[in-house]
Design a protein around this ligand. Structure first.
Ligand code: FPP
Length: 235
């Protein structure tokens, strides 16, 4: 397509790993493994397209409610992929950051997150924001707690409160709001992802299950985005 407009910031709700596995009579964990592989490729595809920031919803605050077997399979994959992502990120000059409440993870996972962030912090290319134990409402709740603490300590006062200040207390404080939000597997829901940040994002929903999402799918989403007229509430 001519005149492709590349979104500076893309957010993706990765969905459909379980269904992908079930359709193949495989355990759900195999769907998550295939999802990790699709994620690695998507990081590289976004770098090549010239995206500045990619944020992915990998594990929500609600995902703990899944079976013990599935949660532990996801934690095992997380341990493995955080190490693998260091290589992928460094090869592609990608800076990895984490959003979400890491306090609920086991200490070794927290160390793994820190290692990934530290090992890629000097990279100057695309930012890859990995949302784990992330929930939009939980993020806003934590931000409000922090604002109240700072107000109590006299660091800020009621007069300072504006949208920029609120944004600066969120996990995404140094990240651009998503221009394009992609959701795979056809669900028409936001599922508690980036509630504050997607105020003016363009949505793109595809029936493709996350493990099947590839460069062609990404290009279709970007082509669709390129045809939109964004008005941010104006005319
Ligand atoms: C949704 O599919 C996906 C997830 C709950 C996790 C997906 C994340 C990754 C594979 C990336 C790496 C992240 C970790 C934590 C290792 P689903 O299981 O909801 O699919 P379904 O709706 O078809 O059941």
């Amino acid at each position: 397509m001519e005149n492709l407009v590349i979104p500076k910031s893309i957010a993706i709700i990765l969905d459909g790993n379980g269904r992908w596995a079930e359709r193949r009579n495989l355990p759900r964990a195999m769907g998550h493994k295939a999802g990790c592989e699709a994620l690695e490729k998507t990081v590289e595809d976004c770098v090549r397209l010239g995206v500045d920031c990619l944020t992915v919803y990998a594990f929500s605050t609600e995902n703990w409610k899944r079976s013990v077997v599935e949660v532990s399979a996801l934690m095992k994959l997380l341990r493995f992929y955080m190490v693998k992502l260091i290589d992928v990120a460094n090869k592609n000059n990608v800076k990895a950051v984490m959003i979400g409440d890491e306090s609920r993870f086991d200490p070794d996972i927290r160390k793994g997150i820190q290692k990934l962030v530290d090992a890629t912090s000097k990279n100057t290319g695309m930012t890859f924001a990995f949302a784990i134990n992330y929930g939009g409402r939980d993020e806003i709740k934590r931000a409000i707690e922090h604002i109240v603490d700072d107000a109590g300590a006299g660091v800020i006062s009621k007069e300072n409160i504006n949208e920029e200040l609120i944004s600066s207390y969120l996990d995404t404080k140094n990240l651009p709001d998503p221009d394009l939000l992609i959701r795979t597997s056809g669900e028409l829901r936001v599922s508690n992802f980036l509630l504050w940040q997607i105020a003016y994002s363009e949505f793109y929903i595809t029936d493709t299950l996350w493990p099947d999402f590839d460069k062609e799918e990404l290009l279709k989403a970007v082509e669709s985005y390129s045809k939109r007229q964004r008005r941010f509430g104006g005319r």
